[in-house]
Design a protein around this ligand. Structure first.
Ligand code: NAD
Length: 494
């Protein structure tokens, strides 16, 4: 087993080292998780809740330590690390309040002729061992946070964080193990394997269900592997989130929102402001306000709250995508009203592009960086058509003072979540199922869907008939068959 260096992209310093785990290491981790699972399930909803509550409290009391690890491995601003922490804690709090209802038996209707004399209930069971594989942009929330519901549902979990940012996820797994031990809960309920894609692939080959958050490319590879093994998977993939700004929108607020949601975490967010369509009448006024805000942001490395604004490019190679998208746009006639081609490979300047169109990669492919392309449109129909001209369907936003019109437009956009005068923060509302359509994935975090995916549903049907035999049973008789045929007409022929 060799080691992987973890590098702070803001400084280039090695800040940690983790083992690059082989398929054998992964098999061992999954075996231990599999052996722990029955005892974890046997703790029941309340017992599991007690452990998870204790872990949450410990994370809160040691949050400065976790934030430092996040900042060190990603180079991001203190506030962006805090966002990862907050999202994780909100997911934990949500499932503590809502998992019990999802684990209870559910009575099902048997109405209809075939249900006469019958009762049915659904019972919910853990899959066994869940493998949770995550990306580098929010390493705690999108690896551990995405697996909290799986733990409440009685699964044990093996986390596989991104090789770029493994330290924070491993830190959480260590805290979980300590706290579980303090309560005499089983060992190996939550563990963490480290390594690159090969380690992730080895995990997919062993577990009973895969929770994946990451790129479309990897998601498809994982989906194929899961189909081959007949195991379920949930895929939270990329996006090319469109915003539509109508002429009646509050332009100052939209410009402030676009600056934040487009550049928060250096634009390395799946639900970003990846492309903005603005009605002709307000396009210039909006661009002026947006550029004025974007051009004042700080990109230098910070140290502590309030010391910098825009995160560096966290993953190696990310700046190449940003550069390629800006270069392609400029070559095809776009203009950068602020920023431009990156001069710094770690801290590219936040860039607002105008005169863009759908021949340009910046409008059709996920950039995942600090660029905000703004396109002028004649009217809302053109904006909706362009918003839907994409294989992705993660999130979208509509900005208008007319809320009813905004909601009507939202219904026309092909995305898992559409916000009116808002963006992104729906992910913190645990009751909302947040997931993508099209290339953006299948499955959701939040809502009932966010825990059902970690459960196997079994339906138990009980027949309470006092009759010695059902009419339709063998042996067949002329009279009964004729009567049943007449019933077909009565039941289904009307
Ligand atoms: P990635 O797909 O490159 O890697 C994600 C994880 O998959 C990493 O842990 C990686 O080691 C692992 N992996 C790679 N190959 C694998 C394989 N063959 N089998 C199993 N695991 C494998 O993604 P990334 O670059 O880390 O993250 C950025 C992407 O994540 C962006 O596309 C972004 O939109 C997406 N994302 C989506 C959401 C969402 O909620 N929809 C949230 C955050 C990020």
């Amino acid at each position: 087993m060799s080691d992987l260096d973890v590098i702070d992209p803001a400084t280039g310093r090695v800040v940690g080292r983790v083992p690059s785990m082989t398929a054998d290491d992964v098999t061992k981790a999954v075996d231990l998780a599999r052996r722990a699972q029955p005892a974890w399930a046997a703790l029941g909803v309340d017992g599991r809740h007690e452990v998870l509550r204790r872990v949450r409290r410990e994370i809160v009391s040691r949050r400065a330590e976790l934030r430092d690890v996040l900042v060190a491995e990603s180079g991001k601003p203190w506030e962006d690390a805090q966002a990862d922490l907050l999202l994780t804690l909100s997911m934990m709090a949500h499932w503590e309040s809502n998992a019990a209802a999802a684990c209870a038996d559910e009575s099902l209707s048997t109405r209809g002729v075939w249900g006469l004399g019958r009762r049915a209930a659904a019972t919910y069971h853990p899959h066994g061992v869940v493998g949770a594989i995550g990306p580098w942009n929010f390493p705690v929330a999108l690896t551990f946070g995405d697996a909290v519901a799986a733990l409440h549902a009685g699964n044990t979990v093996v986390l596989k964080p991104s090789e770029v940012t493994p330290l924070s996820t491993r830190w959480v797994a260590e805290v979980f193990a300590e706290q579980a031990r303090a309560l005499d809960a089983p060992d190996h309920v939550l563990s963490c394997v480290t390594g690159d894609g090969a380690t992730g692939a080895a995990l997919v080959a062993e577990v009973d269900m895969v929770q994946f958050t990451g790129s479309v490319r990897t998601g498809r590879v994982i989906a194929h592997a899961c189909i081959d093994r007949s195991i379920p998977c949930s895929l939270e993939l990329g996006g090319k989130d469109p915003w539509i700004v109508l002429a009646d929108a509050d332009l100052d607020r939209v410009a402030a929102a676009a600056t934040h949601y487009g550049l928060f975490n250096g634009g390395q967010v799946c639900m970003s402001a990846e492309r903005i369509y603005v009605e002709d009448a307000v396009h210039d006024a909006f661009v002026e306000r947006l550029a004025a805000r974007v051009s004042t942001l700080r990109t230098v490395a910070g140290s502590g709250p309030g010391t910098t604004d825009v995160a560096p490019m966290i993953a190696p190679g990310q700046v190449d995508v940003v550069t390629a998208h800006i270069r392609d746009a400029l070559d095809k006639g776009a203009r950068a009203v602020t920023g431009g081609l990156p001069a710094d490979v770690v801290h590219p300047a936040p860039t607002v592009l105008v005169d863009v169109d759908h021949t340009m990669a910046c409008m059709t492919e996920e950039t995942f960086g600090p660029t905000i392309p703004v396109m002028r449109v004649h009217d809302v129909d053109q904006a909706v058509a362009l918003a839907n001209d994409s294989a992705f369907g993660l999130t979208a936003s509509v900005w208008t003072r007319d809320l009813a019109r905004g909601r009507a437009i939202a219904r026309r956009i092909n995305a898992g979540t559409v916000s009116v005068n808002d963006a992104q923060l729906h992910v913190g509302i645990g009751h909302l199922p947040m997931g993508g359509v099209g290339a953006s994935g299948t499955g959701a975090r939040g809502g009932m869907d966010g825990i059902r995916k970690f459960q196997q549903r079994r339906v138990v049907v009980t027949n309470r008939s006092p009759l010695g035999r059902e009419l339709s049973w063998l042996p067949y008789g002329r009279t009964v068959s004729a009567a049943l045929d007449r019933a077909v007409g009565l039941l289904y022929g009307r």
